[in-house]
Design a protein. Structure first.
Length: 401
């Protein structure tokens, strides 16, 4: 949803000339009315955002179709990654070739903006990079260590392989950018550690739909933990499963929203952990399920923000997460949630046991979590994002003048 909220923020100010995206399906267009309800329409809905003016959207579908086929047929993480890098490069070339007609400020995502930024520099156009996750250099080091620690889950890792040419592509994007926006202090730290000047990095945390994600007095009968993310060891799923397998709370259940990346880590624990697989569900359904759970555990190793964290907090749940995401920006440890070290199963068990054994205190912790994120709405994010874009634009124009 990031690019849609960001584009809407600019459109609300009258600043959006073009939203360039790989594919977008305006489901209100008469030519798409024939699409029946089902998997295909559900997939297309992910690339449809009714508040946006579809006249501002430009797409290039064919490379996306080719990439989808390539990723589906790829047998290794490296080959899947190669398809993603190829797609990003094709998209970047297309935008760069049309930049003059697309607008007079270039806002692009990491790995898909190098040629666009080079062209923007030639045209004297300000350049803003969006860094959605911690730097690839940090990812390579952190996840290679994880591969050695947990070889049985290595096939579930993602964002863990980058050829040197891809790393250099990202470095040059950072150098060309007038400013870099990210969503967490953890991501900002990774940028600084990889040579980016702190003064050109701006942190703007996401907002959450407070109507979809809200507390509920109705809870599942058994103590339930919600997982709401990709099922990959990059996000620490193995550490949560190891903690749940210890049975520190009777009849504990895992509500699993998301699909495995590569191998299925759940299969290693299904004889010891009670799991209800929900698959990909809508935000509305996720909000209903999340509100009925008792805790959210997200022991991520590498994150850019972690929307599931803020969604769980808005739902009034105690959250257990690590420093490697937005947790430290949102959570005061022991007050409105818990921050545990990465890879620390004992710490996860200890905090889960406390939540289970102290239901009233856990409820109050969840209430404080809700209060903490109550101002972080989607509207608030759009306002902050647009203000930041205007600030960077003004500085860039003044510098040229």
């Amino acid at each position: 949803m990031g690019i849609f909220e960001q584009s809407l923020a600019l459109e609300e100010r009258g600043w959006l000339q073009t939203m360039a995206i790989d594919y977008y399906c305006d489901l209100q267009n008469p030519r798409f009315k024939w699409i029946p309800e089902g998997k295909i329409k559900k997939l297309l809905t992910k690339r449809y955002y009714p508040p946006l003016n579809p006249g501002r959207v430009r797409t290039r579908l064919l490379p996306s179709v080719i990439t989808k086929i390539g990723i589906t047929s790829a047998r290794t993480t490296q080959n899947r990654s190669r398809w993603v890098f190829w797609h990003n490069a094709q998209f970047d070339r297309w935008v760069a070739s049309r930049l003059r007609e697309f607008g007079n400020l270039a806002f692009g995502y990491e790995s898909a903006s190098l040629r666009t930024f080079r062209r923007a520099r030639e045209l004297g156009i300000p350049r803003i990079l969006y860094q959605p996750i911690a730097c690839a250099e940090m990812a390579v080091a952190l996840l290679e260590e994880e591969k050695q620690r947990n070889p049985g889950l290595s096939e579930t890792l993602r964002y863990n392989w980058f050829p040197e040419a891809e790393l250099e592509r990202r470095r040059e994007e950072r150098r060309l950018a007038d400013a870099i926006i990210c969503a967490s202090s953890f991501t900002k730290k990774s940028l600084i550690e990889n040579g980016v000047e702190p003064e050109k990095i701006f942190v703007e945390p996401y907002g959450v739909d407070q109507t979809l994600f809200a507390p509920s007095a109705k809870k599942f009968p058994n103590f339930s933990v919600i997982w709401a993310s990709a099922v990959t060891q990059t996000k620490g799923i193995g550490y949560l499963l190891a903690a749940l397998a210890r049975e520190h709370a009777p009849q504990i259940e895992l509500e699993l929203a998301g699909f495995p990346h590569g191998a299925d880590p759940i299969a290693l624990y299904e004889d010891r952990v009670r799991v209800r697989r929900l698959g990909h569900i809508s935000h509305g359904e996720l909000g209903r399920v999340m509100a009925q759970c008792h805790a959210h555990v997200f022991p991520t190793l590498l994150e850019g923000f972690g929307r599931n964290i803020i969604e769980a907090m808005a739902s009034g749940l105690p959250v257990i997460t690590t420093p490697n995401g937005a947790g430290p920006d949102l959570i005061e440890d022991g007050v409105n949630g818990f921050i545990v070290p990465v890879r620390d199963v004992d710490a996860i068990c200890k905090k889960l046991a406390w939540i289970h054994d102290n239901p009233q205190e856990a409820l109050e912790m969840g209430q404080r979590a809700r209060v903490r994120v109550s101002s972080l709405t989607q509207s608030d994010y759009r306002t902050r994002f647009a203000n930041r874009i205007h600030e960077v634009w003004t500085k860039a124009v003044d510098k040229v003048a």
